[in-house]
Write a protein that binds this ligand. Structure first.
Ligand code: SAM
Length: 217
């Protein structure tokens, strides 16, 4: 969670949030037990797409509604926003589940079972000494390497030019190829863009939205 200058803002604890998460059947409670078995959870062999840092969940909920033949897992470390996503996701969205966890554990949670990874408006961590916390730092890219099926594909959107440029360099260092790129998504010819909460907020303020899709075999 960050403000206009990219500074990190601590989210307040919400007492009811944990209870809502605990009571929800959309939340995968024992997620470490499903490594290499997430298909069993969805009871089909459809591809699984993962979003890390879903916030209040608008993107992943709408993606799941639009793409019933894809399974979606949304991961978020803060209960204070995740519970809102859980409340919004109606019980009938069978192809969507949530994990209350930290991306640092991602390679302990998934085997080679993710087809696409979405990183939307990830915290920019502007200070150089915090760069390793960025979700596109080498630490994370090396972990993602272990969770992809054969083709590795990452779709990223951000309003933060510095994070965007840093990420392009990191993707390149890790041998990803750029498939699609936009420096002003909302004035581009992309159709079917599913908007996130941060995207809505920043694009309304007139900030350009950056998007890149990278992949490698
Ligand atoms: N994706 C949403 C959007 O575009 O509106 C939320 C963006 S918000 C700036 C970034 C979110 O990523 C926050 O909710 C934060 O808690 C979550 N996050 C950051 N680091 C994370 C990590 N290591 N594991 C899981 N979630 C993380």
């Amino acid at each position: 969670c960050y403000n206009n200058t990219g500074d990190y803002m601590r989210l307040r604890k919400n007492k009811n949030a944990l209870k809502i998460l605990n009571d929800s059947n959309k939340v995968i409670h024992n997620f470490f037990d499903y490594k290499n078995k997430f298909n069993e959870l969805f009871e089909n062999k459809n591809p699984i797409h993962l979003e890390i840092g879903i916030g209040k969940g608008d993107f992943i909920i709408n993606m799941a509604l639009k793409n019933p033949n894809i399974n979606f897992v949304g991961m978020e470390k803060f209960d204070s926003v995740l519970f809102k996503a859980v409340l919004k996701a109606e019980d009938k969205i069978d192809n969507l589940r949530f994990i209350h966890g930290d991306a640092i554990d991602i390679d302990k949670i998934f085997g080679k079972e993710i087809s696409v990874l979405y990183l939307n408006f990830s915290d920019p961590w502007p200070k150089t000494r915090h760069a390793i916390r960025r979700l596109t730092s080498s630490i994370f890219l090396e972990k993602y390497e272990k969770i992809f099926v054969e083709t590795k594909k990452i779709e990223m959107k951000t309003d933060n030019r510095n994070l965007f440029e840093y990420s392009l360099i990191k993707f390149n260092e890790h041998n990803y190829k750029i498939n699609e790129i936009s420096l002003d998504l909302h004035n581009s010819d992309m159709i079917n863009n599913v908007v996130t909460e941060y995207e809505e907020k920043f694009s309304k303020k007139g900030f350009p939205i950056y998007r890149v899709v990278v992949d490698k075999k």
